[in-house]
Design a protein around this ligand. Structure first.
Ligand SMILES: [Zn+2]
Length: 491
């Protein structure tokens, strides 16, 4: 990258330093990863996970602010000062009923019915913290100017936190952001990767009455809900062909002789573009108002989550790719390969084992229908994503097989190369100011005329009690499996 005006010696030395640092601190990485695996905390209840990450960063000299944007389990840890400002962010939540023993090839729960990690957000957290600590020591040692912001983003599985964190200005002064996520390969990609989604509750309020005796006294909240459903069914003909919407009735009344005074329906509205999702949601709100009016009821709308599609910057992807190729895929042992192939057979997918090499950077990625709440970050600032091979190829996430490798040497080795790729890519940015400029300009081109605006209402507050009851029920039994030691990083 000498053509970008980098101090080549400084870059090479600092990069060598972070790679070596991460290698020397592999025990600490494992400790963060395995601890969070056994915490198995659901979104909004990631108390132990967030506390562990925030204290590890604080002990290493980061200034930590906990509970940002109204999320008790979100945090921002800052190190350094001046330009450039680089943000690293990742999620660390688990899923309901995903409790799975690691290192075995059959369905076996750690705690029956409990939440757990069956994707690998535990390793996302470990990669984030380890890369950040390595970078902080490199910044001090080599006098690298710049600000490192590490953002802990709760409740990704409910698409919750990052739109709020972006809305509240935590990314305003960020030049480049990086997201790290578990997958089955070491690599990256660019282009629009995921879809926009708005998830909202519509609650109708009316008045109850005996359905046989005094129905004229009632205002039927179920009528309003049904009318809304009819209105949206008619509207399907006129919505963008790219849009989709789906719903479940979460409250439909209790028994037929009581006209319900309250009903609720939960809708998802999706489109490849944020604008498409917004238009669909606005129409749905009009239809809900009309339906409520027809039934002499009132309607209340609560946006559970609203996210932009994930967009990945090409310049950042090229930087990550160069580092991915420098670092290379982990060397898998025969034992690890056999374990992976056995899990693949159990999941009834191709049993070709773990990937022996890194993937090339191909053309723009294919946009998928799923979403991730880091989408909002990626329209606010240029964002790159490091995929790392801590899980076995082809396994379906949130299925028990996808939890079975998450506290094994596969997860650890995958996390190690992930942290190295992430830290090395940030070193490129910290030592090459022109690269920041180039990224900013390709980002502007990629955005075209699209202007980011949040899809969540400006006064919206996060649902802090989400999953509390479930987590409180299982936590005592899960505590028996917690790892007793704290991660120890050393320079
Ligand atoms: Zn995920």
């Amino acid at each position: 990258m000498a053509e970008n005006g980098a101090d080549v010696d400084l870059l090479a030395e600092a990069k060598h330093y972070v790679l070596d640092f991460i290698e020397r601190n592999r025990q600490a990485l494992q400790c963060v990863s395995d601890s969070i695996f056994y915490f198995g905390e659901l979104g909004m209840q990631e108390k132990r996970s967030a506390a562990l990450m925030a204290s590890a960063l604080e002990q290493q000299g980061f200034t930590v602010e906990r509970g940002i944007s109204g999320f008790p389990t979100a945090f921002i840890a800052t190190y350094g000062s001046g330009s450039p400002t680089i943000a690293l962010h990742a999620e660390y939540d688990a899923n309901p009923t995903n409790s799975q023993v690691s290192g075995v090839t059959e369905r076996s729960e750690i705690v029956t019915g409990a939440p757990g990690h069956c994707e690998g957000h535990n390793v996302n957290a470990a990669v984030l913290v380890t890369a950040a600590v390595a970078l902080r020591h490199a910044m001090e040692r080599y006098g690298l100017p710049g600000t490192l912001k590490v953002i802990g983003a709760p409740a990704e599985e409910q698409l919750l936190s990052r739109p709020y964190i972006v809305r509240d200005g935590y990314f305003d002064d960020v030049d480049v952001a990086f997201h790290d996520h578990v997958l089955d390969r070491l690599g990256t990609d660019y282009g629009i990767a995921q879809s926009a989604a708005i998830s909202a509750d519509f609650t109708f309020h009316g008045e109850a009455a005996h359905a046989a005796m005094w129905p004229w006294k009632a205002r039927d909240a179920l009528d309003a809900l049904v009318l809304m459903d009819m209105g949206l069914a008619q509207y399907r003909e006129h919505m963008l062909p790219t849009s989709t919407m789906h719903r479940v009735v979460t409250e439909g009344g209790k028994q037929p002789n009581v006209i319900p005074s309250e009903t609720a329906v939960w809708w998802y509205f999706r489109d490849p573009t944020a604008e498409g999702a917004r238009v669909l949601f606005e129409q749905a709100q009009k239809i809900a108002q009309g339906a409520a009016m027809m039934a002499n009821c009132e309607v209340e709308v609560y946006v559970r989550a609203a996210v932009w599609p994930v967009r990945l910057n090409q310049t950042t992807a090229e930087v990550i790719q160069r580092n991915v190729e420098l670092i290379g895929a982990p060397e898998w042992t025969e034992q690890e390969q056999a374990f992976a192939r056995e899990l693949q057979r159990k999941a009834e997918v191709a049993d070709d084992g773990l990937r022996p090499a890194v993937s090339p950077l191909e053309g723009p990625t294919k946009q998928i229908a799923a979403s991730n709440d880091c989408g909002d970050v990626s329209w606010k600032v240029p964002m790159g994503r490091v995929w790392f091979p801590s899980n076995v190829p082809h396994l379906p996430f949130h299925h028990w097989t996808a939890g079975a490798a998450l506290a094994t040497s596969i997860a650890h080795k995958g996390g190690l190369v992930g942290a190295k790729a992430l830290a090395a890519s940030v070193i490129d940015y910290l030592t090459t100011p022109e690269l920041v400029e180039e990224t900013r300009s390709t980002f502007a081109e990629e955005l075209g005329g699209t202007r980011y605006r949040s899809l969540i209402p400006s006064d919206q507050q996060p649902p802090v009690d989400l999953n509390a009851e479930q987590m409180d029920r299982f936590r005592p039994a899960m505590e028996a499996h917690y790892i007793a030691v704290a991660p120890r990083f050393s320079a």
